[in-house]
Ligand binder design. Structure first.
Ligand SMILES: [Zn+2]
Length: 248
């Protein structure tokens, strides 16, 4: 059995016997990993708080035949503000659900995915209002999709490649981005989108926080457009988007 070190964020857990749990994590160096946290359900366990959902840790892990085992965990950030606000927690769980759905074992992009996931949890936890939390979630979705090879096209028509400048364009979740006025008639389920919404998408792809205040209606709209985009690329039904719409 060999040991390895990594940093990881907890995504999900399953009970294993009376005292142990299997923790599904997204790690900086290996993508999705599943590890046994021994004795974690005992009140005196040192691992306890470190194995909470969404906590990030520096880990020492022993490689096992079937499942790896957490030997040591040193907390990096528990993102405690997430646990004090139901809206923040819901956005963060949504990001975790996306990582759990699309994340791969031995992902070649794992360090970049870990970084945007960590930064997004931090930004959601530090957000001062629902708009900022929603911005961080939209930013996460755009960057994460890009890293998975599902980049949302925001500059050129996905059908004819024309640079989008004129009004009258739409968005196609199925085709993967914006569609020019000429090509829109050939799209089955075109979603209306204007320059203001497009600007929110472009800015969210680039900046941690908005430069100016963005109205909540535009942010909700962007979230819903991306929800369609993500749903079409996922083989599983995601649970949290509906919950987020209840919060808006
Ligand atoms: Zn076109």
């Amino acid at each position: 059995m060999t040991n390895y070190k990594t940093q990881a964020i907890n995504l999900k857990s399953y009970n294993l016997g009376e005292a142990d749990k299997i923790i599904v994590m997204y790690s900086r160096d290996h993508g999705i990993i599943r590890c046994v946290a021994k004795g974690v359900k005992k009140p005196a366990s040192k691992l306890g708080g470190r194995m909470l959902m969404l906590a990030s840790n520096k880990l020492l892990i022993a490689k096992g035949k079937k499942l790896d085992v957490v030997c040591q965990a040193e907390l990096i950030d528990s993102f405690k503000e997430l646990r004090q606000n139901v809206a923040k927690l819901t956005y963060a769980i949504y990001c975790a659900e996306l990582v759990n759905t699309f994340g791969l074992e031995n992902d070649t992009n794992s360090s970049k995915i870990y970084e945007i996931f960590f930064d997004s949890l931090k930004n959601i936890s530090l957000s001062l209002n629902t708009g900022e939390a929603l911005w961080a979630t939209i930013r996460f979705k755009l960057v994460f999709m890009n890293l998975l090879g599902y980049a949302v096209e925001l500059n050129h028509c996905v059908k004819c490649n024309e640079l989008i400048q004129k009004d009258g364009f739409t968005f196609s979740a199925e085709a993967g981005g914006i569609v020019c006025r000429n090509c829109s008639s050939s799209i089955r389920e075109a979603i209306e989108i204007d320059h203001d919404i497009l600007k929110v998408f472009k800015d969210a792809a680039n900046f941690d926080f908005p430069e100016n205040i963005v109205d909540q209606t535009s942010l909700d709209y962007c979230f819903r457009v991306l929800k369609e985009y993500v749903a079409l690329r996922s083989h599983k039904k995601l649970k949290t988007p509906e919950l987020i719409e209840c919060l808006c």
